[in-house]
Design a protein around this ligand. Structure first.
Ligand SMILES: Nc1nc2c(ncn2[C@@H]2O[C@H](COP(=O)(O)OP(=O)(O)OP(=O)(O)O)[C@@H](O)[C@H]2O)c(=O)[nH]1
Ligand SMILES: [Mg+2]
Ligand SMILES: [Zn+2]
Length: 360
């Protein structure tokens, strides 16, 4: 396994130059064990590694801490110590669940983000809009799988796919089923040597099933059998990166319950550029798009040219962005977060000591 198989490229090599001179080695983080990380090295060697105190303290926010998909520099003398993290070329992140405005990294350095959904109960254009917003900001290519197509009438699958296409110009939308093996075929198209792909979506839509097929059944299911139904439930509990033998890198994610906005105003405007275009046609430049005279948005809704739910989504997203901006300004370490970091720091130091008999 070469570095290139792991997603390494010329830009990373250049940034790594000073670390190379120090004798440090590059590794890609494949697992976050909370206290330690799993790192994959050239040749396929896997190590359990911990952050150095410097990496930890230099991070101003949690989002700057190493995450799955990141490239890090590993010490030459104590290879279990992360000395530095390379800048991310892309980064998929969202707002932390709950009230916090803290950014949470879903996966670093990914080329393709695959949102898996299905035409049935899981299907929500509002939620997909939010996915498109965070993908738009990440720098990765959006792909949508309308999966489990074997469970729904053809017409329903087609209608769902069409609705998604209408929502995003850049996304590739595919109707798939892991039962028939078509999800596998579709994803293979994107998976070339060194290309990193991550799967996101609600719990139970089939993310791990496709990954399992791509890995040829080698994937270890993480969850036990449900006691009430006796059926296997394989809910993914931790993010994990896999390298495919045939080329390509996969990151599995636990099902995402809430996709909070973590984006900027530019991305938001791009996502809703059709609505912005309409707004430019309103009679008054300060039109509130409600009961104002000559409102082009209301006219489009009446004419059936704009989905009112989509317009509502647009209004809600703007609200969220405004809130986010306000809170970001006063982002400081809360007492709570400070305590958490202190504890993590103690844990990581303890781990480092027991791993390497050395204090980092
Ligand atoms: N009928 C049908 N069942 C599917 C399909 N894809 C997955 N499943 C089933 O759906 C269930 C959930 O699949 P998983 O792959 O574990 O879903 P997941 O998205 O990884 O779920 P989390 O790990 O909880 O986020 C399993 O029982 C799969 O066998 C499909 O295309 N058709
Ligand atoms: Mg899973
Ligand atoms: Zn208007």
């Amino acid at each position: 396994m070469t570095l290139k198989d792991l997603g390494w490229n010329a830009a990373f090599e250049e940034q790594f130059a000073p670390y190379r001179s120090a004798g440090w080695r590059p590794g890609r983080l494949v697992r976050d064990n909370k206290i330690s990380y799993g790192a994959l090295l050239e040749g396929g060697e896997e190590l359990e590694v911990v952050m150095s105190g410097k990496v930890y303290h230099d991070a101003e926010t949690d989002a700057e801490l190493p995450a799955v998909g990141d490239w890090v520099a590993l010490d030459s003398e104590t290879p279990s110590v992360i000395r530095a993290r390379l800048p991310r070329q892309t980064c998929l992140s969202r707002k932390m669940p709950g009230k916090s405005t803290e950014e949470q990294v879903i996966a670093a350095n990914v080329d393709v983000v695959v949102v898996v959904t299905a035409a049935g109960q899981d299907f929500s254009l509002r939620r997909l809009e939010r996915y498109f917003a965070i993908i738009g900001r990440s720098g990765a290519k959006p792909v949508v799988l309308v999966n489990k197509s074997d469970l729904y009438p053809d017409q329903q699958n087609q209608a769902a796919a069409e609705a998604v296409r209408a929502l995003s110009r850049d996304a590739d939308v595919h109707i798939t089923s892991t039962e028939s093996g078509s999800s596998l075929k579709v994803l293979r198209r994107y998976l070339k040597r060194g290309v990193s792909l991550t799967l996101v979506g609600s719990s139970g839509v089939g993310k791990s099933s496709v990954i399992n097929q791509l890995l040829g059944g080698d994937y270890q299911w993480t969850d036990e059998v449900s006691e009430s139904t006796g059926k296997g439930r394989h809910s993914t509990t931790a993010r994990e990166l896999f390298v495919l033998r045939g080329g390509g890198i996969l990151i599995d994610n636990p099902g995402i319950r809430e996709v909070h906005m973590w984006t900027d105003e530019t991305t938001l405007r791009e996502r809703f550029s059709d609505i912005e275009d309409l707004a430019a046609l309103c009679q008054f430049h300060d039109c509130k798009h409600g009961t104002d005279k000559g409102c082009a948005i209301q006219a489009a809704i009446k004419a059936g040219k704009l989905d009112p739910a989509r317009f509502q989504g647009f209004l809600k997203l703007e609200d969220e962005i405004a809130k986010l901006r306000k809170n970001r300004k006063k982002r400081q370490m809360t007492g709570d977060r400070h305590a958490r970091r202190q504890q993590q720091s103690r844990d990581r130091k303890f781990m480092a000591r027991s791993l390497r008999d050395e204090i980092v």
